[in-house]
Design a protein around this ligand. Structure first.
Ligand code: ARG
Length: 479
């Protein structure tokens, strides 16, 4: 199924033309959506009295019969019939005879393919949301388990200020949350029915377009037939939302890769989910995160291909549009596989609390706290910053020396304080001091976790309603 067959039942006299233009070897993936669209369409035809009640029943059961056969792997699509739409119509007509030939009344493949692609996009986006929520759950669980673990926070990949590991992990939770919202937003725009737009100008048959949309649980109908058949902005938008999601996954993967290196040693790679080297017996490599990082580039490439495809197309339908599918499907497959892999991988990842804690004591990470402290004692912050930066320069990266110099400065400047009685410059204290909403103190992070928990709940609710719309396709096709 879905492969080019060697059958010679050719509709077009020129074999090369057929081989070049045929798309069934990739668009056969749309079969379920095509049949669901056709079932809705025949109801509109019956409503418009183009089909009798008897013909409607025959059509619906014939289409379901075709679906069963395809599902059961009994159908080999014929490339000579060009695409999935023509193949399904032929399968139907072979089964139910002349009535089947009425299926395409008031419809063009131009509005049909736009509908199919929208239905598939909607279904995949709902699946991706579900996968994102699963990843959010793992991130939150890991964050809960990591309470109390401190590691260096970085800017420019240089030690900057200490942070809690759960705070670091939850940063990805919120990136994913925006991805989820973007994907759900894009889902709404994809979920509009173009059927009734015909080839480009609408149709002379009195088809109830809203009936079709309602049967497919879509949010409405497109307003302009030329627009409806000419655009794939829903596909470009989906590819963009998913590209940005992949970029987020890629950043997280990059950190896991860095953290697993001997230089960092912050994480232990799960044995069953990493590989060795064919030559170096000691090796353990972060293959899964590396591949996800690599695949993010591939998805961005697909997005660029889709955008470039749409550029400069005159109204309305142009055959170029057939080229959207392979890229779009590749985006779908790559993103779903990557999300799943990362969720599995992350669940098994172990953090090295000791390595992280030790690293957080290196690099004068609490210099800002010393400057802040001076500022609380009335030294203007800019001046305090200057004093501490001179100390840091003098300490030249030696943390012990920095503490001694700090102690001296405090004594000279403030008389009544010494670093020893302040424990001011301990990473744990520095973390606790940042008790502001969105900050890294234990209690701020606990508040953040509670919000994350309720965010997961509302995502799950929203997902439920998407899923019930999406499953209308299965209900129509499989009864
Ligand atoms: N297979 C085409 C596509 O994917 C749909 C068919 C429209 N063909 C046409 N000659 N108008 O866009």
């Amino acid at each position: 199924m879905g492969q080019r067959s060697t059958r010679s039942q050719s509709r077009h006299p020129n074999e090369e033309f057929l081989a070049f233009t045929s798309s069934v070897h990739f668009d056969s993936r749309l079969w379920k959506y095509d049949i669901a669209g056709s079932i809705a369409h025949v109801h509109a035809l019956a409503d418009a009295e183009v089909l009798s009640e008897r013909e409607l029943r025959k059509m619906v059961s014939g289409l379901r019969d075709v679906a069963e056969s395809i599902q059961g792997g009994e159908v080999e699509f014929d490339p000579a019939l060009e695409d999935v739409h023509m193949n399904i119509e032929k399968l139907l007509t072979d089964r139910i005879g002349a009535t089947g030939a009425k299926l395409h009344t008031g419809r063009s493949r131009n509005d049909q393919v736009a509908l199919d692609a929208r239905l598939m996009t909607r279904a995949v986006l709902a699946d991706v949301v579900a996968e994102c929520v699963a990843l959010q759950r793992v991130l939150l669980k890991k964050a809960e388990d990591a309470m109390g673990i401190i590691l260096p926070g970085f800017t420019h990949l240089q030690h900057a200020q200490p942070v809690l590991l759960p705070h670091h992990l939850l940063a990805y939770f919120w990136k994913l949350q925006r991805d989820i919202l973007r994907i759900m937003d894009c889902y709404e725009r994809a979920n509009i029915s173009p059927l009734g737009s015909g080839a480009l100008a609408g149709t002379s048959f009195k088809l109830d377009r809203c009936l079709v949309a309602k049967m497919l649980h879509m949010n409405g109908v497109t307003e302009n037939s030329l627009d409806a058949v000419s655009d794939r902005d829903f596909a470009a938008e989906a590819a963009f939302a998913l590209s940005l999601l992949m970029i987020h996954l890629s950043s997280l993967c990059e950190e896991i890769i860095l953290w697993s290196s001997q230089e960092f040693g912050y994480v232990k790679l799960p044995r069953a989910l990493s590989s060795g080297s064919s030559m170096m017996p000691q090796k353990r490599n972060p293959d899964m995160p590396e591949l996800i990082r690599g695949k993010s580039g591939r998805v961005v490439g697909d997005l660029v291909a889709i955008l470039t495809l749409l550029k400069s197309l005159p109204l309305a339908y142009n055959r170029d549009l057939q080229e959207d599918k392979e890229n779009l499907f590749d985006v779908f497959d790559t993103v779903e596989a990557s999300l799943h892999a990362l969720t599995t991988f992350l669940a098994e990842l172990e953090f090295d609390r000791v390595r992280m804690g030790k690293a957080a004591e290196v690099g004068l990470m609490t210099a800002t706290d010393l400057a802040d402290f001076l500022a609380t004692k009335g030294v203007p912050f800019r001046t305090a910053h200057g004093i501490v930066s001179e100390l840091a320069a003098e300490a030249d990266g030696d943390d012990q020396r920095f503490l001694e110099l700090a102690d001296k400065v405090l004594w000279e400047r403030l008389k009544d304080c010494r670093t020893s009685d302040l424990s001011l410059l301990m990473p744990a204290k520095a973390v606790e001091r940042r008790d502001i909403d969105g900050g890294t103190s234990n209690s701020a992070v606990r508040r953040q976790m509670a919000t994350a928990e309720s965010t997961i709940d509302s995502n799950s609710k929203a997902l439920k309603s998407l899923r019930s719309q999406v499953s209308s396709v299965d209900r129509l096709v499989f009864g």
